[in-house]
Design a protein around this ligand. Sequence first.
Ligand code: NAD
Length: 328
Amino acid sequence: MRVAVFSSKPYDKRFLGEAAAEADLEVEFFEAHLDVRSAGLARGYDAVCAFVNDDLGAPVLEELAELGVRIVALRSAGFNHVDLNAAHRLDLTVVRVPAYSPTSVAEHTVALILALNRKIYRSYNRVREANFALEGLLGFDLASRTVGVIGTGRIGLAVATILRGFGCNVLGYDRFPNPDAAEVGLVYVDIDDLVARSDIITLHAPLTPETYHMVNTDAIGAMKDGVMLINTSRGGLIDTAAVIDGLKRGKIGSLGLDVYEEEEELFFDDLSNQVLQDDLFSRLLTFPNVLITGHQAFFTEEALEAIAATTIGNLVAYAAGERSGNEL
Ligand code: NAD
């Protein structure tokens, strides 16, 4: 089976390459993002391996199917960027990596909380300039603060577990409560209660039509003054314009993001020599109380090993005419 890997980086070559070498798969790595212009690169391949910001809308899937591609292997858990109706219509199998080291994302989430609260990113710069003043660096004790976790699946519960260790009260909201939540000490409440009571709100629900812009002007208005808002799930959960307004008014005390709703045009590439064209993103960068990372929460050795192993396993199962259980 021949596999075309899109949006590939040196670390993909390392981890996927090692896993593929142990299987009977011929893997070619393309740096190009997958979109209508680059889909032609998949000519002659049976499988396409794609990442979170690749375009898997109907036009791209139609072209892939026409070129003879039979399976799309996502090396991600999220699949909001795939037109599954089109894939099913075209008889294209789509597989994903449903779970890989939830602790990687959970630990990054907590890193954002700690860095924002104690302004580590500001002190790092100050000390390098021999500025040892503390004004502007005031934080708060996490112990006994209330944290609201929206989406209490694998990652949400891992975040709750870590924060319980800090002595936080952890509230949770989920459409399908997690049976392991009580053991961790997470207490379920309804969404209005969570929003009104939390000092920190962290998002771990998937992006769906229902969760799109769940953090909007109304939701922000119902939050505590000075709330810390964290999103390491998917950018579309947050209405960025509403959040910028909340930051300007001081309603939102701090914001930590690893994802952004228009990140396809930005993340994973070095744009440092270019003028950013996204005005909302550029505005976010001006706030002293906003900390943004470029979709790196998953980026640990353990996660990349697990992603590579499951992705290659998904492809090997398909080649053998078997189901991996990770089909969408
Ligand atoms: P999961 O499926 O284990 O958990 C998601 C939870 O969200 C489930 O319990 C589900 O019931 C809940 N949910 C669904 N709709 C909801 C709604 N409307 N309101 C409240 N809860 C709702 O998934 P996971 O492994 O914990 O991953 C969560 C998200 O994290 C993924 O969807 C993905 O978008 C994101 N993610 C980000 C990174 C990163 O690097 N930043 C890496 C992996 C995953």
